[in-house]
Design a protein around this ligand. Structure first.
Ligand code: GRF
Length: 205
């Protein structure tokens, strides 16, 4: 039974999908702690409703990003966390964090990486850019987190058609449904040791 930590910054619908999947026995893992950099992140409430430990760390309490991450790493290592899930977590991880959990950090991104990703491409910024560009398909991606933004090995993707009458909001809604689906499938595969890495590419067996 793998021990999962989830890092959030917002509403936590991806976290909720993971909680529901664990409760339904679809994930061979246990969410051990939910950590946020935002005190009022509703995702913390979602975790508390399920009696899952939560922690909030304010960036103001730490001199720099390295010290901030070191505090979180210490918490995760104390709990023997096996996998870290970034579910709408808006802070960039430092190299120390990546090294401490090499190939054990999973992120969900609301586009088909390598499109519409990287610095400032989060939340509605992504979907606004998708509409502006006039692409016919967008989607969601799970990937391992490496030292850059949204560049780690892709694990799963889901495609969402974009039609002429779509808006950034309607696209966001359709993509979020797919995010929930592929995040659960990705974490479930990780917990079952079913993610295989070959030539620096990740595949679910
Ligand atoms: C969503 O836009 C999602 O694509 C991204 O973070 C945002 C909030 O997700 N990962 P959530 O509802 O907080 O899980």
């Amino acid at each position: 039974m793998k021990k999962i930590a989830v890092l959030i910054s917002g509403g936590g619908t991806n976290l909720q999908s993971l909680i529901d999947a664990v409760n339904a026995g679809k994930v061979n893992g246990k969410i051990d702690i939910v950590i946020s950099n935002r005190k009022n992140a509703y995702g913390l409430t979602r975790a508390q409703n399920e009696h899952i430990d939560t922690a909030y760390f304010s960036v103001k309490d730490f001199p720099n990003a390295e010290e901030y991450d070191r505090r979180i790493i210490a918490e995760l290592q104390k709990r023997n966390i096996d996998v870290v899930v970034l579910a709408g977590y808006l802070k960039i991880l430092t190299g120390d964090f990546i090294s401490a959990f090499e190939k054990r950090i999973i992120n969900i991104h609301p586009s088909l990486i390598p499109s519409f990703c990287g610095k400032d491409f989060h939340g509605m910024n992504v979907h606004n850019a998708v509409i502006k560009k006039g692409v016919k398909f967008t989607g969601a991606t799970t990937h391992f987190v490496d030292e850059n933004i949204d560049t780690g090995m892709i694990i799963l993707q889901a495609v969402v058609p974009v039609t002429a009458d779509d808006t950034a909001e309607t696209v966001a809604e359709k993509v979020l449904v797919q995010e929930h689906d592929i995040l659960v499938k990705t974490v479930a595969a990780f917990c079952d040791d079913k993610i295989r890495i070959q030539n620096n590419r990740a595949f679910i067996e």
